[in-house]
Structure formats: C-alpha cells, structure tokens
Design a protein around this ligand. Structure first.
Ligand code: CA
Length: 229
C-alpha cells in the first residue's frame, strides 16, 4: 500500500486530502510544520509527498530542494498563487507536478495515482516498503536484520549491515566517506575514516558476485559510494 506524506499547514485542506486519499486505498499522514515535514520526508518510507509551498519554519521550496538531493520520490507541490508555480518551475527544483488551491480532491487523487505508476515504472524492480528493501536480488529485512542475495543468506557484521542499509535506503544517492563515517560510527568515535574503505571492501566480498566489478555498491571516484539501482 502506498504511503503518502501531506505537508500542509491548513488543517482543513490537509484533512480533505487525507480523507480522499484514504478512501482510495492510500495511507496518508499529515504534517503541518515545514521543518518536521522535511525530517519526515527525508527519513520516512513514503511513496509520494504532497507539499504545500507556504509553511511555518521551512517553506516548500527548501523542502523540495533538500528531498531532491537525496531521492526522486514523486513530489506534488501545492500553492495558493499561480505565480508561485512559475517560480517553482523557474527554480528547477524538480517537483513532478503542481496544483493551485482550490483544487478538486479527485483531481489530486488522479495525479497521485499517475505519479506513483510512473515512478514504479522508472525504478523498475526497486522496492522500499515498510521494513523490506528489495533491489535487484538484494533483500534487506530491517526487522530481522537479515540479508539475502538472490535467496542466499549473507552474514554481515553490525557495521557492514548499517553501511549496506544506509546506502540501499537511498539508492543512487552518493555518500562521501565523511558522511558515512559520521552517520555510522558517530562523531565521537575514535575510529579512522579509512575504516570506510575497509568496510566497503569486506561488504563487496560478501554481496558482490565479482568484488572487482561491483554491481551494487559503486565507487564514484573522488566523491564516495552509492548503491546503484
Ligand atoms: Ca500554507
């Protein structure tokens, strides 16, 4: 079931959107504050974001920009002013669609369905849903912390698992070594950043068919690593 995040500070509009989406079989969650909405969008397992432009704390422009640095999840932007739509387009923020208030909720549902279908086509066999990530034969079950590669279970150390989970949770996003180190080992760790290289090598030996020609974890020279879709 597709899960949709509605970032909207006008409660009545947000509830109308949610009710319509839920009556069409979607799960929808409302967040009224921009800063919290951004955190949810970056960290949650949503399939689509409905994003109002004018929001408290952090506005829709900034939220859209930051989400796009991380992933390509469909974003439908909502605004009360037609001029804003031109501005959004002009900024090239990467929103997939725009709607102007007031709009018909059934039109919103139709567009949500269209964007979800398009996104599923684009991402092919990639699937991130709930506690399960499945990408080209790699399956990560977050509940049991179990990894299988083409149905063969692979045993990983705790750090190798966290590294794989972080990369695979954001397919195609490039992480630099500093960021990986910070997010997995923590800022207060006494470790060395070179440990990332060592862990990537061990991880590849366990999950790649040919570690010298990795199909999953790709090195982006001079930048870092990414999990390739
Ligand atoms: Ca608003």
């Amino acid at each position: 079931m597709s899960k949709i995040l509605i970032i909207e500070d006008e409660r009545s509009i947000a509830e109308l959107e949610r009710d319509y989406l839920e009556s069409h079989g979607f799960t929808a969650e409302i967040e009224g504050r921009g800063d919290i909405g951004l955190q949810k969008a970056l960290g949650g397992d949503y399939n689509l974001i409905i994003l109002d432009l004018m929001l408290p704390k952090v506005d829709g422009f900034e939220i859209c920009r930051q989400i796009r640095q991380v992933n390509n999840i469909p974003i439908i932007m909502i605004s009360a002013k037609k001029e804003d739509i031109d501005k959004i387009r002009g900024l090239g923020l990467g929103a997939d669609d725009y709607m102007i208030k007031p709009f018909s909720p059934s039109e919103l549902v139709a567009r949500v369905k269209a964007h979800l279908a398009r996104y599923e086509r684009l991402t092919g066999d990639k699937l991130i849903r709930g506690d399960l990530i499945q990408i080209r034969g790699v399956v990560i079950d977050k509940t049991s912390r179990r990894i299988t590669i083409h149905d063969q279970e692979v045993m990983l150390t705790s750090k190798e698992y966290e590294l794989l989970l972080l990369l695979a949770s954001h397919p195609n996003r490039v992480f630099n070594k500093e960021e990986l180190f910070e997010r997995i080992w923590g800022l207060d760790s006494l470790g060395d950043i070179a440990t990332i290289t060592v862990h990537i090598r061990r991880l590849r030996e366990k999950i790649e068919h040919d570690p010298s020609k990795p199909q999953y974890i790709e090195t982006i020279w001079g930048v870092g690593y990414r999990f390739k879709i």
